[in-house]
Ligand binder design. Structure first.
Ligand SMILES: *Cc1c(COP(=O)(O)O)cnc(C)c1O
Length: 244
């Protein structure tokens, strides 16, 4: 197969998967009494080459989720696309904060008050306000970062006063499970936490903390049924990621 044919068929496969994912997002949104456009689809492009990202762009995908700052910077430079949004969804080391601020439109993975404070300082220096989500380790998995549910309100109080961050909501990663249904209590708990937050640390007249980033390839429909406003989808769009 020539390179051109290979690229075309990869594009066709992606087009088909993107259509299917969008249909499933819309159907799940309808089941939660919402329109599919109320759910932001973040295409998780970590480990994928820029060629694949161009194909995603051609399918109308405009929000990319990356988990490594340096990888994202290289791809950002290589792509050179202005009308794309970048979301950081992975752990952020303190020595990469300044570079993360230059690139990312939002950091979804704020998992400590210290990190939030460092982001605030750097955002001030860069003269910008940085939208953030607080990552919550709902299931208390040792392998995952994030605030414990019992810590969220106190952390939110400390973060809400930082002048250069704009807290927009919560993010979680459900435990791996053989059935998506297993993740439902985790997603429900994140939504419940948002309600507590709105009461304890209201941001604006409607309480703020609007965003619930929850749901990945294996469980996004359940997450949307439970109120996800952002889903982060890699493999359902791009096929299986090779395990490193
Ligand atoms: C990799 C990743 C995803 C996407 O996972 P898929 O199974 O490919 O959909 C979503 N969120 C985070 C935080 C990730 O690291």
């Amino acid at each position: 197969m020539s390179g051109v044919d290979a690229a075309r068929s990869e594009g066709e496969r992606l087009a088909e998967r993107a259509r299917e994912v969008r249909r499933r997002v819309a159907d799940a949104a309808a089941r939660s009494g919402r329109d599919g456009t109320a759910v932001l689809l973040v295409a998780v492009t970590k480990t994928l080459p820029v060629e694949t990202m161009r194909l995603a762009y051609a399918q109308g995908l405009r929000v990319f989720g990356e988990n490594r700052v340096l990888e994202a910077r290289e791809k950002h430079a290589a792509l050179g696309l202005a009308d794309v949004r970048w979301e950081l969804i992975g752990q952020l080391q303190s020595n990469k904060i300044a570079r993360a601020i230059e690139l990312f439109d939002r950091v979804q993975s704020v998992a400590s008050v210290a990190l939030a404070q460092a982001l605030d300082t750097r955002a001030a220096r860069a003269g910008r306000t940085l939208p953030v989500l607080l990552e919550v380790n709902v299931a208390g998995e040792a392998s995952k970062s994030g605030f414990a549910p019992t810590e969220v309100i106190e952390a939110a109080r400390a973060i809400a006063v930082l002048p250069n961050l704009r807290p927009e909501g919560l993010m979680t990663i459900a435990p791996m499970a053989d059935q998506a249904e297993r993740a439902r209590p985790v997603f429900r708990e994140l939504r419940r936490l948002r309600a507590s937050l709105r009461a304890a640390v209201p941001l604006g007249p409607e309480g703020g903390w609007h965003e619930l980033s929850m749901g990945m390839s294996d469980d996004f429909e359940v997450a949307i049924e439970e109120g996800a406003t952002i889903v982060r989808i890699g493999q359902a769009l791009f096929g299986a990621r090779p395990t490193p």
